[in-house]
Design a protein around this ligand. Structure first.
Ligand code: PEP
Ligand code: MN
Length: 347
Protein backbone atom coordinates (compact mmCIF):
# COMPACT_ATOMS: atom_id res chain seq x y z
CA UNK A 1 0.00 0.00 0.00
CA UNK A 2 1.50 3.33 -1.08
CA UNK A 3 0.76 6.41 1.01
CA UNK A 4 1.73 9.66 -0.73
CA UNK A 5 2.80 12.76 1.22
CA UNK A 6 0.05 14.84 -0.39
CA UNK A 7 -3.69 14.03 -0.67
CA UNK A 8 -3.14 12.18 -3.91
CA UNK A 9 -0.49 11.54 -6.55
CA UNK A 10 -0.31 13.88 -9.54
CA UNK A 11 -0.84 12.16 -12.93
CA UNK A 12 2.95 12.33 -13.54
CA UNK A 13 3.71 10.78 -10.15
CA UNK A 14 1.12 8.07 -10.73
CA UNK A 15 2.65 7.11 -14.04
CA UNK A 16 6.15 7.01 -12.49
CA UNK A 17 4.90 4.74 -9.68
CA UNK A 18 2.99 2.57 -12.15
CA UNK A 19 6.08 2.19 -14.34
CA UNK A 20 8.13 0.97 -11.36
CA UNK A 21 5.62 -1.62 -10.13
CA UNK A 22 4.95 -2.85 -13.68
CA UNK A 23 8.65 -3.72 -13.99
CA UNK A 24 8.14 -6.10 -11.05
CA UNK A 25 4.93 -7.63 -12.44
CA UNK A 26 2.53 -5.62 -10.24
CA UNK A 27 -0.24 -3.12 -10.86
CA UNK A 28 -1.57 -0.08 -9.02
CA UNK A 29 -5.14 0.15 -7.79
CA UNK A 30 -6.06 3.61 -6.38
CA UNK A 31 -8.37 3.59 -3.35
CA UNK A 32 -10.10 6.95 -3.34
CA UNK A 33 -11.01 8.23 0.12
CA UNK A 34 -12.91 11.41 1.08
CA UNK A 35 -9.71 13.19 2.07
CA UNK A 36 -6.86 11.09 0.79
CA UNK A 37 -6.16 8.59 -1.95
CA UNK A 38 -3.92 5.63 -1.26
CA UNK A 39 -2.59 3.15 -3.83
CA UNK A 40 -2.69 -0.61 -3.44
CA UNK A 41 0.10 -2.62 -5.05
CA UNK A 42 -1.65 -5.57 -6.68
CA UNK A 43 0.65 -8.60 -7.11
CA UNK A 44 3.63 -10.02 -5.25
CA UNK A 45 4.95 -6.95 -3.44
CA UNK A 46 7.80 -8.68 -1.63
CA UNK A 47 10.61 -7.59 -3.93
CA UNK A 48 12.95 -5.46 -1.80
CA UNK A 49 14.24 -3.56 -4.81
CA UNK A 50 10.74 -2.48 -5.87
CA UNK A 51 9.97 -1.25 -2.34
CA UNK A 52 13.32 0.55 -2.10
CA UNK A 53 12.72 2.32 -5.40
CA UNK A 54 9.25 3.44 -4.33
CA UNK A 55 10.52 4.55 -0.92
CA UNK A 56 13.20 6.55 -2.68
CA UNK A 57 10.61 8.79 -4.37
CA UNK A 58 10.47 12.11 -2.56
CA UNK A 59 6.65 12.35 -2.72
CA UNK A 60 5.99 9.01 -1.01
CA UNK A 61 5.36 9.10 2.75
CA UNK A 62 5.62 5.37 3.31
CA UNK A 63 4.89 1.92 1.92
CA UNK A 64 2.88 -0.48 4.09
CA UNK A 65 3.41 -4.06 3.12
CA UNK A 66 0.41 -6.34 3.27
CA UNK A 67 2.26 -9.55 2.42
CA UNK A 68 4.61 -11.13 4.90
CA UNK A 69 8.29 -11.08 3.92
CA UNK A 70 8.51 -14.70 5.13
CA UNK A 71 7.37 -17.14 2.49
CA UNK A 72 8.09 -20.21 4.59
CA UNK A 73 8.27 -19.18 8.23
CA UNK A 74 5.07 -17.09 8.20
CA UNK A 75 2.31 -18.37 10.46
CA UNK A 76 0.00 -18.48 7.43
CA UNK A 77 2.39 -20.46 5.21
CA UNK A 78 1.67 -24.04 4.12
CA UNK A 79 4.48 -25.14 6.42
CA UNK A 80 2.57 -24.02 9.50
CA UNK A 81 1.62 -27.61 10.30
CA UNK A 82 5.27 -28.76 10.12
CA UNK A 83 6.50 -30.20 13.42
CA UNK A 84 10.09 -30.93 14.34
CA UNK A 85 10.79 -34.31 15.91
CA UNK A 86 13.94 -34.93 17.91
CA UNK A 87 14.93 -36.98 20.94
CA UNK A 88 11.63 -38.84 20.95
CA UNK A 89 9.59 -35.61 21.13
CA UNK A 90 7.42 -33.83 18.63
CA UNK A 91 7.92 -30.17 19.45
CA UNK A 92 4.73 -28.52 20.58
CA UNK A 93 3.35 -31.74 22.01
CA UNK A 94 5.38 -31.77 25.21
CA UNK A 95 7.97 -29.52 26.83
CA UNK A 96 11.24 -30.01 24.90
CA UNK A 97 14.45 -29.84 26.92
CA UNK A 98 18.00 -29.33 25.66
CA UNK A 99 20.57 -29.42 28.46
CA UNK A 100 24.27 -29.90 28.95
CA UNK A 101 27.51 -28.08 29.43
CA UNK A 102 28.38 -24.72 27.93
CA UNK A 103 31.76 -26.12 27.00
CA UNK A 104 33.25 -29.59 26.80
CA UNK A 105 36.64 -29.74 28.48
CA UNK A 106 38.66 -32.07 26.23
CA UNK A 107 41.19 -32.66 29.01
CA UNK A 108 38.46 -33.79 31.41
CA UNK A 109 35.92 -35.64 29.27
CA UNK A 110 34.62 -37.62 32.25
CA UNK A 111 32.73 -34.52 33.45
CA UNK A 112 30.85 -34.40 30.18
CA UNK A 113 30.01 -38.10 30.31
CA UNK A 114 28.65 -37.65 33.84
CA UNK A 115 26.74 -34.52 32.83
CA UNK A 116 25.29 -36.39 29.86
CA UNK A 117 24.06 -39.23 32.07
CA UNK A 118 22.55 -36.66 34.45
CA UNK A 119 20.76 -34.86 31.58
CA UNK A 120 19.27 -38.17 30.49
CA UNK A 121 18.24 -38.98 34.07
CA UNK A 122 16.64 -35.53 34.49
CA UNK A 123 14.47 -36.12 31.41
CA UNK A 124 16.37 -34.00 28.86
CA UNK A 125 15.75 -34.80 25.19
CA UNK A 126 18.88 -33.33 23.59
CA UNK A 127 22.40 -33.06 25.04
CA UNK A 128 24.25 -29.82 24.41
CA UNK A 129 28.00 -29.46 24.53
CA UNK A 130 30.16 -26.64 23.24
CA UNK A 131 32.96 -27.85 20.96
CA UNK A 132 33.91 -24.51 19.34
CA UNK A 133 33.28 -21.44 21.50
CA UNK A 134 32.75 -17.80 20.52
CA UNK A 135 34.71 -15.97 23.21
CA UNK A 136 34.91 -12.22 23.71
CA UNK A 137 38.48 -12.55 24.92
CA UNK A 138 40.80 -13.84 22.18
CA UNK A 139 43.07 -15.43 24.81
CA UNK A 140 40.26 -17.42 26.44
CA UNK A 141 39.76 -21.11 25.58
CA UNK A 142 38.30 -21.19 22.09
CA UNK A 143 37.19 -24.81 22.09
CA UNK A 144 38.87 -27.85 20.63
CA UNK A 145 37.84 -30.13 17.80
CA UNK A 146 38.78 -33.10 20.06
CA UNK A 147 35.61 -32.31 22.00
CA UNK A 148 33.58 -33.42 18.99
CA UNK A 149 34.61 -37.04 19.71
CA UNK A 150 33.63 -36.57 23.36
CA UNK A 151 30.23 -35.18 22.31
CA UNK A 152 29.53 -38.10 19.97
CA UNK A 153 30.72 -40.65 22.53
CA UNK A 154 28.31 -39.12 25.09
CA UNK A 155 25.55 -39.40 22.49
CA UNK A 156 26.34 -43.11 21.99
CA UNK A 157 26.44 -43.75 25.73
CA UNK A 158 23.15 -42.03 26.50
CA UNK A 159 21.26 -42.46 23.25
CA UNK A 160 20.56 -38.71 23.29
CA UNK A 161 20.86 -36.58 20.15
CA UNK A 162 23.41 -33.78 20.50
CA UNK A 163 23.62 -30.04 19.86
CA UNK A 164 26.79 -28.03 19.20
CA UNK A 165 27.42 -24.47 18.08
CA UNK A 166 29.02 -23.97 14.66
CA UNK A 167 30.80 -20.72 13.86
CA UNK A 168 31.99 -21.27 10.33
CA UNK A 169 31.53 -23.55 7.37
CA UNK A 170 34.33 -25.90 8.39
CA UNK A 171 32.56 -26.50 11.72
CA UNK A 172 29.33 -27.22 9.85
CA UNK A 173 31.05 -29.87 7.71
CA UNK A 174 32.87 -31.47 10.66
CA UNK A 175 29.75 -31.51 12.85
CA UNK A 176 27.57 -33.02 10.13
CA UNK A 177 30.20 -35.62 9.23
CA UNK A 178 30.41 -36.63 12.90
CA UNK A 179 26.61 -36.99 13.07
CA UNK A 180 25.66 -33.98 15.24
CA UNK A 181 21.86 -33.81 15.23
CA UNK A 182 21.34 -30.15 16.06
CA UNK A 183 23.51 -27.26 14.87
CA UNK A 184 23.41 -24.15 17.02
CA UNK A 185 23.86 -20.69 15.52
CA UNK A 186 25.08 -18.46 18.34
CA UNK A 187 23.92 -14.95 19.15
CA UNK A 188 27.06 -13.47 17.61
CA UNK A 189 26.45 -15.20 14.29
CA UNK A 190 22.67 -14.87 14.20
CA UNK A 191 22.94 -12.23 11.47
CA UNK A 192 25.91 -13.76 9.67
CA UNK A 193 24.03 -14.31 6.42
CA UNK A 194 26.79 -16.19 4.67
CA UNK A 195 26.92 -18.68 7.57
CA UNK A 196 23.11 -18.96 7.58
CA UNK A 197 23.18 -19.71 3.86
CA UNK A 198 26.02 -22.21 4.24
CA UNK A 199 24.07 -24.01 6.97
CA UNK A 200 20.87 -23.93 4.87
CA UNK A 201 22.74 -25.50 1.95
CA UNK A 202 24.48 -28.10 4.12
CA UNK A 203 21.30 -29.35 5.83
CA UNK A 204 18.93 -29.01 2.87
CA UNK A 205 18.60 -32.74 2.26
CA UNK A 206 18.93 -33.79 5.90
CA UNK A 207 16.71 -33.90 8.98
CA UNK A 208 19.25 -31.91 11.02
CA UNK A 209 17.66 -29.36 13.36
CA UNK A 210 18.99 -25.81 13.69
CA UNK A 211 18.80 -23.91 16.97
CA UNK A 212 18.96 -20.24 15.95
CA UNK A 213 19.75 -17.86 18.81
CA UNK A 214 18.44 -14.31 18.79
CA UNK A 215 21.13 -11.77 18.00
CA UNK A 216 22.78 -10.01 20.93
CA UNK A 217 21.50 -6.54 20.21
CA UNK A 218 17.79 -5.97 20.67
CA UNK A 219 16.99 -6.99 17.11
CA UNK A 220 13.51 -6.50 15.69
CA UNK A 221 11.25 -9.55 15.52
CA UNK A 222 11.20 -9.61 11.71
CA UNK A 223 14.99 -9.71 11.61
CA UNK A 224 14.94 -12.81 13.86
CA UNK A 225 12.34 -14.61 11.71
CA UNK A 226 14.12 -13.56 8.50
CA UNK A 227 17.30 -15.22 9.77
CA UNK A 228 15.32 -18.47 10.13
CA UNK A 229 13.88 -17.94 6.63
CA UNK A 230 17.46 -17.77 5.26
CA UNK A 231 18.11 -21.33 6.46
CA UNK A 232 14.67 -22.72 5.61
CA UNK A 233 14.77 -21.26 2.09
CA UNK A 234 17.23 -24.01 1.09
CA UNK A 235 14.68 -26.70 1.87
CA UNK A 236 14.99 -27.79 5.51
CA UNK A 237 12.43 -26.02 7.72
CA UNK A 238 13.65 -27.57 11.01
CA UNK A 239 14.63 -24.21 12.48
CA UNK A 240 13.92 -23.42 16.13
CA UNK A 241 14.02 -19.83 17.40
CA UNK A 242 15.96 -19.33 20.62
CA UNK A 243 15.64 -16.08 22.58
CA UNK A 244 18.67 -15.88 24.90
CA UNK A 245 18.57 -12.35 26.32
CA UNK A 246 19.67 -9.17 24.59
CA UNK A 247 22.01 -6.26 25.25
CA UNK A 248 22.09 -3.90 27.03
CA UNK A 249 21.84 -6.05 30.12
CA UNK A 250 19.33 -5.55 32.88
CA UNK A 251 21.54 -4.37 35.74
CA UNK A 252 22.58 -7.54 37.61
CA UNK A 253 21.85 -9.99 34.79
CA UNK A 254 24.20 -10.98 31.96
CA UNK A 255 21.68 -9.79 29.35
CA UNK A 256 18.14 -8.47 29.29
CA UNK A 257 15.80 -11.46 29.58
CA UNK A 258 13.57 -11.52 26.49
CA UNK A 259 11.21 -14.45 26.92
CA UNK A 260 8.38 -11.90 26.72
CA UNK A 261 8.99 -11.82 22.95
CA UNK A 262 7.35 -15.26 22.56
CA UNK A 263 3.67 -14.24 22.12
CA UNK A 264 4.78 -11.68 19.51
CA UNK A 265 6.86 -14.25 17.63
CA UNK A 266 3.96 -16.71 17.66
CA UNK A 267 1.68 -14.15 16.02
CA UNK A 268 4.00 -13.97 13.03
CA UNK A 269 5.62 -17.38 12.70
CA UNK A 270 4.76 -21.03 13.23
CA UNK A 271 8.37 -21.70 14.31
CA UNK A 272 8.81 -23.35 17.66
CA UNK A 273 10.50 -21.30 20.34
CA UNK A 274 13.05 -22.72 22.78
CA UNK A 275 14.32 -20.25 25.35
CA UNK A 276 17.87 -20.25 26.73
CA UNK A 277 17.56 -18.86 30.28
CA UNK A 278 21.24 -19.53 31.05
CA UNK A 279 22.71 -16.84 28.79
CA UNK A 280 19.77 -14.57 29.45
CA UNK A 281 20.36 -14.10 33.18
CA UNK A 282 23.90 -15.51 33.27
CA UNK A 283 23.97 -16.71 36.87
CA UNK A 284 22.91 -20.15 38.05
CA UNK A 285 20.79 -18.81 40.90
CA UNK A 286 18.49 -16.89 38.52
CA UNK A 287 18.17 -19.57 35.83
CA UNK A 288 15.17 -21.54 37.22
CA UNK A 289 12.95 -18.44 37.50
CA UNK A 290 13.79 -17.38 33.98
CA UNK A 291 13.11 -20.90 32.69
CA UNK A 292 9.69 -21.02 34.34
CA UNK A 293 8.81 -17.53 33.09
CA UNK A 294 9.69 -18.63 29.56
CA UNK A 295 7.28 -21.56 29.73
CA UNK A 296 4.60 -19.26 31.12
CA UNK A 297 5.17 -16.98 28.13
CA UNK A 298 4.55 -19.89 25.79
CA UNK A 299 7.99 -21.42 25.15
CA UNK A 300 7.92 -24.83 23.48
CA UNK A 301 11.14 -25.76 25.17
CA UNK A 302 14.22 -24.76 27.14
CA UNK A 303 17.97 -24.89 26.50
CA UNK A 304 19.75 -24.95 29.85
CA UNK A 305 23.40 -25.13 30.80
CA UNK A 306 24.05 -27.78 33.42
CA UNK A 307 27.20 -29.42 34.78
CA UNK A 308 27.78 -32.16 37.36
CA UNK A 309 30.33 -29.95 39.07
CA UNK A 310 29.93 -26.36 37.85
CA UNK A 311 32.96 -24.99 39.71
CA UNK A 312 35.19 -27.44 37.82
CA UNK A 313 33.72 -26.51 34.45
CA UNK A 314 35.16 -24.16 31.83
CA UNK A 315 33.56 -21.47 29.66
CA UNK A 316 30.31 -20.23 31.23
CA UNK A 317 29.79 -23.30 33.40
CA UNK A 318 31.31 -22.09 36.71
CA UNK A 319 28.94 -19.12 36.86
CA UNK A 320 25.78 -20.12 35.01
CA UNK A 321 25.47 -23.93 34.90
CA UNK A 322 22.89 -25.33 37.27
CA UNK A 323 23.46 -28.69 38.95
CA UNK A 324 21.57 -31.77 37.76
CA UNK A 325 19.48 -31.63 40.97
CA UNK A 326 18.31 -28.09 40.17
CA UNK A 327 17.79 -29.10 36.54
CA UNK A 328 15.52 -31.96 37.61
CA UNK A 329 13.45 -29.64 39.85
CA UNK A 330 13.27 -26.96 37.16
CA UNK A 331 12.08 -29.43 34.51
CA UNK A 332 9.44 -30.79 36.86
CA UNK A 333 8.12 -27.29 37.69
CA UNK A 334 8.31 -26.19 34.07
CA UNK A 335 6.22 -29.23 33.07
CA UNK A 336 3.55 -28.14 35.54
CA UNK A 337 3.38 -24.70 33.93
CA UNK A 338 3.37 -26.34 30.51
CA UNK A 339 0.38 -28.49 31.60
CA UNK A 340 -1.51 -25.37 32.73
CA UNK A 341 -0.97 -23.83 29.32
CA UNK A 342 -1.92 -27.00 27.44
CA UNK A 343 -5.02 -28.41 29.14
CA UNK A 344 -6.24 -31.68 27.62
CA UNK A 345 -8.67 -30.99 24.80
CA UNK A 346 -12.31 -31.71 25.61
CA UNK A 347 -13.66 -34.64 23.57
C1 PEP B 1 26.30 -20.92 24.26
O1 PEP B 1 25.20 -21.46 24.03
O2 PEP B 1 27.18 -21.42 24.99
C2 PEP B 1 26.53 -19.57 23.69
C3 PEP B 1 27.74 -19.09 23.50
O3 PEP B 1 25.38 -18.95 23.46
P1 PEP B 1 25.07 -17.49 22.83
O4 PEP B 1 25.43 -17.60 21.38
O5 PEP B 1 23.61 -17.35 23.05
O6 PEP B 1 25.91 -16.49 23.58
MN1 MN C 1 27.54 -20.75 27.25
Amino acid sequence: MILPKSHRLTPEQLSEVTAIVTEFGCQIQPIIGAVRTIYAIVGDERDELMINRLEGLGYIERIDRIQSPFKLMDRRSDLATHRIKLGGVTLGEELFVIAGQCTIDPRNPQFFFETAAAVKEAGGHVLRGGVWKPRTNPYAFQGDVKSLDVLMEASRRTGLPVDAEVMDESHVQLALAAGVHMLQVGARNALNYSLLRAIGRAVAEKDTVILLKRSLHMGPINEFISAAEYIASFGNPNVILCPRGTAPALDGYRNHPDESIIPLLKERTWAQVVVDPSHSVGKAVYVPACALAAVAYGADGLCIETHVSPSQGIGDDPKQAITPKVLTETISQARQIWALRHPPKAV
